[in-house]
Design a protein around this ligand. Structure first.
Ligand SMILES: NC(=O)c1ccc[n+]([C@@H]2O[C@H](COP(=O)([O-])OP(=O)(O)OC[C@H]3O[C@@H](n4cnc5c(N)ncnc54)[C@H](OP(=O)(O)O)[C@@H]3O)[C@@H](O)[C@H]2O)c1
Length: 350
């Protein structure tokens, strides 16, 4: 294997490089921070450690901070509020609406892009985050019952009213991105993209590149699977962990998927890097192939891992290494979600 050991892969010292988030968008660190897992979804949180991890993000130049109203039914936004207040001018704050939050049923998972609901959702996010304006406001999921022109039109009104600075979409197809962009410029498209999940390469990635929309890959570490931490995930996850519900993490699928990671482990060992770093370098480079600005948002509760992940922005994989990773996604066992109906892939397949 051709190695480039000159790549520094130990924890970053100093800040990562910056990039314009989409044409005319804010300047952000080339890697962002996915804040969901610091307080919900992936097991217990040590609050002090999670807060220290947030501080470490800024030390590393990781400035795009990602949350959503549905993470913990608003509690993730509330968890972030003190950090946001302390660093308002240093961060680009992104949140999302689209999963309908119902006060009487925290487990309700329906989607709403209804303009009236959207207006209530943005006010609630502004209140929980304790800010006057949201830097990047995403439609989390598309609600096919509402025409895109209507929902994106309402999002555009929020920009004009000064409640939101930039617009984003999550889990939309290339055609939907183009349709939305015709209503108002879209700064970022956030969808799952990793060595493990490449369905966005069918149409969304090409459309984003053509429009000058930045791509924000979510779960770039395959929700932790690509760190090599799982071999038989059902046994390894606590019952409250959301991943127990994901087909890729269950039983035979998890065992088969763990075996697929052999090339990732080999490249990491060869470079003295972690498998997480190689997975992050892959998504960064894969986007460059498409001429796309990319800002992955890995999540972690640990300072050391945040710094490790940030250091991956300095890794350049060789063509030989990329070729070794190429077949993995096509062989993954199990879908990304137990219910794929809200994903762009499902609408693309129709
Ligand atoms: N738009 C959407 O629909 C959508 C969906 C899912 C997620 N997201 C966003 O994307 C963000 C990131 O995705 P994600 O959290 O699902 O998955 P991810 O970033 O792919 O993986 C996170 C998991 O990896 C572990 N991890 C992180 N860095 C590590 C390292 N260097 N070594 C070992 N383990 C490491 C974390 O555990 P520890 O905490 O223990 O380190 C955590 O369990 C979320 O926080 C959220 O903001 C958006």
């Amino acid at each position: 294997m051709n190695t480039l050991m000159s790549n520094p892969v130990s924890s970053t010292t100093g800040k990562i490089r910056t990039v314009e988030l989409g044409s005319g968008g804010p300047l952000v660190g080339v890697q962002g921070f996915g804040a969901m897992g610091i307080s919900v979804a992936y097991g217990d949180t040590d609050v002090a450690a999670a807060r220290d991890t947030l501080e470490a993000s800024l030390e590393a130049g990781v400035t795009l901070i990602d949350t959503a109203d549905m993470y913990g039914h608003g509690s993730n936004e509330e968890f972030l509020a003190p950090f946001v207040a302390a660093h308002r001018d240093e961060i680009t704050l992104a949140t999302k609406f689209g999963f309908e939050l119902r006060a009487d049923d925290p487990n309700y998972r329906g989607i709403s892009n209804d303009p009236g609901y959207l207006r209530r959702a943005v006010e609630a996010s502004l209140r929980r985050l304790d800010v006057d304006v949201i830097d990047l406001y995403y439609m989390h999921r598309r609600d096919p019952a509402v025409p895109l022109a209507e929902s994106v039109g309402t999002m555009a009104e929020l920009v004009r009213e000064g409640k939101v600075k930039h617009l984003g979409l999550s889990e939309v197809t290339g055609a939907e991105l183009r349709e939305a962009y015709a209503v108002h410029p879209i700064t970022a498209l956030q969808s799952e993209w990793s060595v493990f999940s490449r369905d966005v390469e069918h149409s969304a990635v090409g459309a984003a590149a053509a429009l000058g929309v930045a791509f924000v890959p979510y779960s770039p570490l395959g929700r932790g699977f690509l760190t090599g931490a799982f071999t038989d995930a059902n046994e390894e996850l606590s019952s409250s962990d959301f991943r127990t519900l994901l087909p890729r993490f269950s039983g035979d699928n998890a065992r088969a998927n763990a075996a697929l990671l052999a090339p990732l482990h080999a490249i990491a060992a060869d470079r003295g890097a972690s498998t997480a770093q190689i997975a992050l370098a892959w998504v960064q480079q894969r986007a460059e192939v498409h001429g796309l600005t990319v800002v992955p948002i890995p999540g972690t509760r640990k300072r050391s891992r945040l710094l490790e992940n940030a250091a991956a922005t300095r890794i350049t994989l060789t063509a030989e290494e990329l070729a070794l990773l190429e077949p993995i996604a096509g062989q993954v066992a199990g879908d990304r979600y137990a219910d794929m109906s809200h994903t762009s892939a499902a609408r693309e397949a129709k």
